[in-house]
Design a protein around this ligand. Structure first.
Ligand code: SF4
Ligand code: SF4
Length: 468
């Protein structure tokens, strides 16, 4: 697909028409297929990522007597289930560490090897590969696809295009069902799909995600990498002349000459343009490193094949730094790489510490706002509290409340609470302290709860005890 529009503008008031093309080359959406080690690696990543994505939603986990999805974002109950772990909204700091570590890992890899993620693991890349694979199976090679695009709408074209779009929609729909299946157990979702018996948000996300996948992978393709992805724009600040990226060795390749006409002094590039024809973003890597390059390595595969055929050494296009292509040495360990690695280790360690020290009980103490304090007949002062106890374990637990910080303070009445596994329960607590006239106003009071069987694993919160 190519979308040609026109922009107008000019710095000095003169109006100048500037073409804006959705894809750099109008025919680049039909890139030529190529085999080779990078193509194999890309397909390996497609299989790996999609086995995880499409398969993960079907995994189940046994919790006591119940069986639930192993990977499940239960939004109504504010829980994230990851196999045996259950995360609560209070674990937001852990999510923050995970996001920071993911971002730093991206920076680290980019500093070392450019847009490696884009070319091999980005969902946009992966789904575009799957959609174009379907297209190639139905419509044929790039030349046949272009001919079909240009052909009038006859039965054959309608049948081929219809089959392609039907399969695209099927894949997009299954992707959307899988996506929603991580939020609504898929075994519960699927039977309801037939009668469209589902909530508003489930319906919205199914339609939105299916349409999004269909448009992004079927039509926009690598144009997303160039025009929509912010990473393409700011990757330049993470790379430097030492970063290994896909690059053309112009010192070896120039001047270009067709194999047959090459004379003395000709470079190794035979100007076959196959590296351009296989490029999914439609660029010519021989023009130098470009932000539109997603580092997929397909031009390396293509050029290596050509070099094999003409009997020259592979690697005219290869993963190399600007310095290496200029005949200089390049360093792997540089200040920015060391900084990203150090931050990665730091935040990774903080995240691990956060997991290791994650409490098994959380406590919130609310003062009873209806009764500030009460004086009893025997001269004591009573304050009332509501304890919200969150049991983060997988078993029902009996908790015992304790108070300290105010001399002589004791709990009046019930001090115990049973909380079901992975649940929150409330306990109304009355605390009594002698009024000997020494303490006045608000005094700090520490309230704690601990499992009856494991008194050391307590959670506490500081509150106030009000004297007259
Ligand atoms: S594939 Fe290699 S030889 Fe052919 S044009 Fe590209 S760089 Fe030159
Ligand atoms: S220039 Fe090469 S590595 Fe970059 S996007 Fe095109 S084919 Fe992939």
């Amino acid at each position: 697909m190519s979308t040609d529009t026109t922009l107008t503008g000019g710095a000095t008031g003169a109006v100048r028409a500037m073409p804006l093309t959705f894809h750099p080359r109008p025919d680049s959406v039909h890139a030529r297929a190529v085999g080779g080690r990078f193509n194999t690696l890309r397909w390996a990543m497609v299989w790996l990522t999609q086995l995880v994505f499409y398969g993960g939603v079907w995994l189940t986990w046994r919790d006591g007597d119940t069986v639930r999805p192993a990977l499940w974002m239960d939004i109504p109950h504010e829980r994230l289930y990851v196999f045996d772990h259950v995360l609560w909204p209070q674990d937001a700091l852990l999510f923050a560490f995970v996001l920071i570590v993911a971002a730093l890992a991206l920076f680290f890899v980019t500093a070392l090897a450019g847009r490696l993620f884009c070319g091999f693991a980005c969902p946009q890349t992966v789904y575009t590969m799957m959609f174009t694979w379907i297209e190639a199976r139905i419509e044929g090679k790039p030349a046949a696809r272009r001919a079909l695009d240009a052909a009038p709408w006859r039965p054959r074209k309608i049948a081929l295009k219809g089959a392609k779009h039907a399969l695209w929609w099927a894949l997009a729909a299954w992707t959307a069902i899988t996506f929603v299946g991580y939020f609504t157990p898929i075994r519960d979702l699927l039977p309801r799909l037939g009668t469209w018996n589902m909530g508003m948000w489930e319906g919205f996300w199914l339609i939105f995600y299916a349409s999004f996948t269909y448009v992004q992978a079927g039509f926009a393709r690598e144009a997303v990498c160039q025009h929509m992805c912010p990473y393409a724009r700011f990757q330049g600040v993470m790379t430097d002349a030492h970063t290994r990226q896909v690059g053309y060795d112009s010192r070896r390749g120039e001047p270009r000459a067709h194999a047959r006409s090459a004379g003395a002094g000709a470079g190794d590039c035979v100007d076959c343009t196959i590296c351009v024809q296989v490029c999914p973003t439609g660029i010519d890597i021989r023009d130098g490193t470009q932000y539109a390059c997603i580092n997929c390595g397909l031009c390396i595969d293509a050029c290596d094949t050509v070099m094999d055929k003409v009997g020259r050494a592979r690697g005219l296009i290869r993963y190399a730094s600007e310095r290496e292509l200029a005949g200089r040495t390049a360093a792997i360990l540089r200040p920015r790489v060391a900084l990203y690695a150090a931050l990665l280790l730091l935040f990774g360690a903080l995240g691990a510490w956060q997991i290791a020290t994650r409490p098994e009980v959380r406590l919130d103490v609310l003062r009873d706002r209806g009764v500030l304090m009460r004086e009893t007949a025997d001269g004591r002062i009573e304050n009332a509290y509501v304890l919200k106890v969150a049991n983060l374990t997988r078993d029902e637990v009996e908790y015992v409340a304790q108070v300290e910080g105010v001399p002589g303070a004791t709990i009046v009445g019930n001090d115990r609470l049973r909380v079901a596994a992975d649940s929150v329960a409330s306990l109304r607590l009355t605390v009594s302290a002698p009024d000997d006239g020494m303490l006045r106003g608000a005094q700090p009071l520490d309230i704690a709860v601990a499992p009856h069987a494991r008194p050391d694993e307590r959670a506490s919160e500081r509150s106030r005890f009000l004297f007259p």
